[in-house]
Design a protein. Structure first.
Length: 600
């Protein structure tokens, strides 16, 4: 989703901004722009499409040591050069970039900006006009900035420059992520540390309704009422090489390949030297006290939550409900007496999940966030955090975060069961290491899976994944992966449910991929497969050693049935990857999608 960068220092600003925007490309965007300031004024460059296109129009001779930049994922107004940020005030004095959504922009326009003419269809443009209006009314720039932020309703991360002052970048945030970074003789602004790792790894977090006056030598954080806030910087523990593709053609393939390593990282991070599981006592207590767990998540993380429900209910014997974050706020179920909320989010920034978190905290409930990003909003605002240790996930299609989420949920389930004194014949560390090896076996079968993708999916109009029990949940994830990057209309279905309507869609050659890794439903899923085969479906089976039939197309090595999703999902990730590739799709940047969905 939208990304912001800013720089004030002594180096070639346009290059630092463009490189920063390139690092934010993975978040998803449809236009981009930068503004740099020098003695000749403000130079704004904006373009629809990729950063490459923006780079092509930036004057390579423009020299400046301060500037701001933006990648835009359209919400208000179509993706276009006009709607791209930065936006400027009427006189051109103020130039601004913004992430988020201003909910009261129509009211503010009517109340304060009746005589202003607008250039774009965005909600953002009112912000820059408001600042200029307040300055025209006699306020200082800093006061006009804070007065403006105070009247905005909604989410924002903002960076502003003033043509009359090349010494300052003004920054503010509410609900949308934003960091300021510190350097020697320079400072930076970024919605994601990755954008500025090229120049610094020292960052300062910003809280909601704070602003920062950023100069070359100082960062002054203030509340919107002008009170100074002291906050220590932290060092971002991201290895810059982790965010490079290396020799891989796509991040998605690299991240699929990293999954065995991620499993091993999780084993290391969650195991004590004596072999026991390592988890904060506070998390243990919260799990013990909960009479019901409410998992809140979106997309792939929601699908991992469904597998987690199965694990926690079976192993730790605590009832679990899994809810789509965007629905929970508006369709809240009756809560139990002692609920524990578990937020699952790769990015830790998903606005839908954050909306629920803010609400449940207001109601006084405890929350645990399971995330890949230390210091992310969901992590900071929850009572407890469990990290995924998956390394940065750049591809829009989530792969290694999904398997990491399931692995961490399995550890949480077993730790809770052990604390409750439940006898188990399941050792998560041993079983995860077996699963890591099995994932590697599937990755090594890439070529065979590519052939299956070509045979089944290269010209398919639609496709179905069917499964029963936990395989049904993996099917939902498989379908999401396939549709988001290959644009094949794909659905995941409980095997037994097809005959209640959806089977009408099966025609000659329709691909139906069945997951069959669970012994107690092996017979029934195969019957469901027969039902569609006899109606012309082109069937494919992903089964597990010991449960396989001789003609099954993909057979995963035998792993503990609880952890089968970790392995069976891998061929489906590869099927999606190769299907997208064969269809000429942009695997890492699928249309209309964003990596980090920071608007509700
Ligand atoms: O960062 P999150 O895990 O909260 O993101 C949730 C979804 O937006 C995300 O999983 C999305 O569905 C992925 N693009 C799927 O590959």
């Amino acid at each position: 989703m939208c990304g912001i960068v800013g720089y004030i220092g002594h180096e070639d600003t346009k290059e630092i901004l463009l490189r920063g925007l390139e690092k934010l490309e993975y978040r998803g965007y449809d236009s981009a722009g930068i503004a740099v300031l020098n003695d000749n004024g403000v130079h704004v460059y904006k373009e629809k499409g990729r950063i490459e296109a923006l780079r092509a129009i930036v004057d390579e001779n423009v020299e400046a040591t301060v500037g701001i930049g933006h990648t835009r994922w359209a919400t208000h107004g179509a993706p276009s050069r006009t709607n791209a940020h930065p936006h400027q005030s009427t006189t051109g004095r103020f130039t601004l970039v913004h992430n988020g959504v201003i909910e009261n922009y129509e009211e503010l326009k009517q109340e304060h900006l009746a005589n202003v003419s607008f250039n774009s269809d965005t909600d953002t443009e009112i912000i820059v006009h408001l600042i200029e209006t307040f300055v025209n009314e006699g306020q200082s720039v800093e006061t006009a900035f804070s007065s403006t932020l105070k009247v905005l309703k909604g989410s924002y991360a903002i960076a502003l420059v003033d043509k009359k002052n090349k010494e300052t970048v003004y920054v503010g945030k509410n609900k949308s992520p934003l960091l300021v970074g510190m350097g020697n003789g320079f400072n930076v602004v970024a919605s994601d540390a990755m954008a500025m790792l090229q120049v610094t790894d020292r960052f300062v977090e910003l809280m909601d309704e704070e602003m920062v006056i950023v100069t070359r030598d100082a960062l002054t954080i203030k509340t919107l009422d002008g009170e100074k806030v002291e906050r220590e910087p932290y060092t971002a523990e991201i290895d810059a090489s982790d965010i490079e593709k290396g020799t891989y053609p796509h991040y998605m393939l690299k991240e699929i390949d990293e999954q065995p390593l991620v499993m091993r990282n999780i084993i290391t991070e969650y195991q004590e030297e004596n072999g026991k599981l390592k988890l904060d006592q506070d998390i243990r207590n919260a799990m013990q006290e909960a009479d019901r767990i409410y998992v809140i998540a979106a997309g792939t993380s929601y699908h991992a939550g469904l597998v987690g429900k199965q694990l926690i209910e079976t192993i730790a014997k605590i009832p679990v409900e899994v809810h789509v974050a965007s629905e929970f706020l508006y369709n809240m179920p009756l809560l139990s007496e002692n609920p524990l909320f578990v937020f699952i989010s790769q990015s830790g920034e998903t606005a839908d999940s954050r909306g629920v978190l803010v609400n449940v905290k207001k109601l006084g409930y405890k929350a645990l966030t399971i995330t890949n990003v230390k210091g992310s909003t969901l992590s900071r605002e929850a009572d407890y955090t469990l990290l995924l240790h998956a390394g940065p996930e750049i591809a829009v299609a989530s792969t290694k975060a999904y398997t990491a989420q399931i692995a961490v949920l399995a550890i949480l389930a077993v730790d809770t069961a052990r604390t409750k004194g439940i006898e188990l014949d399941f050792d998560p560390i041993q079983e995860l290491s077996i699963a890591a090896n099995a994932i590697q076996v599937m990755i090594d079968e890439k070529d065979e899976i590519e052939t299956i993708a070509r045979d089944y999916l290269s010209v398919a109009r639609n496709a179905f994944f069917i499964g029963r029990a936990v395989d049904n949940y993996v099917g939902l994830e498989a379908a999401l992966k396939l549709k988001e990057i290959s644009y094949i209309q794909a659905e995941g279905f409980a095997g037994g449910e097809l005959k209640h309507g959806t089977i009408a869609l099966i025609e000659e050659g329709t691909p139906v991929i069945a997951l069959a890794t669970q012994e107690h439903v092996n017979g029934s899923i195969r019957s469901n497969l027969q039902e569609v085969a006899s109606r012309g479906a082109n069937t494919c089976v992903i089964s597990m050693e010991g449960l396989n039939n001789p003609n099954d197309q993909i057979v995963i090595p035998a792993v503990h049935p609880y952890l089968a999703p970790l392995v069976s999902v891998v061929p489906t990730q590869l099927l999606a990857y190769y299907a997208a590739l064969h269809r000429g799709c942009d695997v890492d940047k699928p249309r209309n999608l964003a990596k980090s969905v920071t608007v509700e």
